[in-house]
Unconditional design. Sequence first.
Length: 505
Amino acid sequence: MDNPFLFNIPFAKEIFVVTPFLYFVALVFYRLYLHPLSKYPGPKLAAVSCLYRAYHQTWRDGRLVEQLTYLHEVYGPVVRITPNTLHFRNPQAFHDIFSAQNKTVKDQEFYHHLGLPDSSFRLEGEEHAARLKLMSPLLGRNHMDDIQTIVRRNVQRFCDLLQRSVENHQPIELALGYRGLALDIINEFIFAVIPDRLRGLENEKFRNPLAMSTYYSFDWTMWLMRNFPVTCHFHDFARYLPSSLKFSYDQRNVMTELMTNILHYNLSSSEMNDRATLIGNMTKPGSERNGKPLPESALLDEAIGVMHGGVLDISNVLPYGTFHLAQDPKAQHKLYEELKSVWKNPSDQIPDHEILRNLPYLKGLVKETLRFTHGVISGMPRVVTANGAQIDGNYVPPGTIVATTSVYVHMDPTVFSNPKQFSPERWATGDSQLERSLVPFSKGRRMCPAQNISYMEITAAFAAVFRRFEVSLYETTEEDMKYKAYASIHYTGRPLRATLKPRLD
């Protein structure tokens, strides 16, 4: 019922209408002309709201990175892309943003849409250090032999499944197989025991529901949640959503449910502490927080976060490198001859990583593929702290969000000649500038702590596949390898398929 007293005030209704409008006008004016970032160029819509970003991330389905490249061509090396965000084009900016000297911190508004609030990639400060302390022993040099055992066992299993498909005269879903391989390796790092039905390498079809959910749950709806945070809660009533949304949210629920099942299986298993694992370290004495054991929600968040980190990039890298070698028989033969020099019999165990990592062409293949797949291509925005920061020669005031992408470092023509040409040979020189400009795992204090595992895994997978098989593309073209930018790249075409011919010598 209307309040008679309120509406006896002269112009009360007009005030209710006009006040929000005046606030909006004042906010737009402030952001355009008075805001600390108002001197930086960029689209006017981007200066006054986040809708410009939302349009290119969500409506255009992961096209923001290419749009930002266009904006830099128009406006220059520094562009204002939201009211409080600066985006940088010059490669030096990447090194400055992630430098220890510029003590930037995570942009929690960005990380919110990824969920997992109690995982190490969301935590900051002492909490992050405490969590990393539980993980670090598993990543140290003393544990690398155990990691290599996990990698070898799973790569061998993967190649045996490929052999089974060859014997059945079937084209092989290599992209799905690589995803299953990455899933099983990282899950053996996290858990002591994994039920067979939840293994990515369950069988040669490579369509395990957990592996598939890691693919289908990372799509345009991630950017929907990024730009419209209320949609983060849609998981709770996914069955009521329209079909354009329902499938993605369902897949995230499937992934969470299956990872929960593995966690519960381990927590109730007598084998949980038979070997060192992440969950084992998080539940042993000394892992307490505020005097209490870490809650199950923290265990699950960490498990899912680490699992994603171990699956998303690896399942992009391996198909990309395989595609380029499969379409270049001379390059494939060159790698085969190099591998045969240290791996005489393909039925023998995969050689030690220290041997493989020093093979020049294989090393170049790994690094060139990492250069082309970029890691977290969308960039991980950081917030400038109280003292401000110098980024690519620009003073940036406190509280500003700063961002860039590894694409600009990896495609820098002053470092990489013909940067768009896939050339493993370029790494044979050992040029330190090339090494400095390879940043798929980011750099600085928050660099991916498991990059050594990733290198070992990628190296072993390429070595085993191309030592044991001659690979030919099957209904896969350059068009299929084009990609969108979600957190990491997301191929827009058909998943990589191939036919394989066993090598007999």
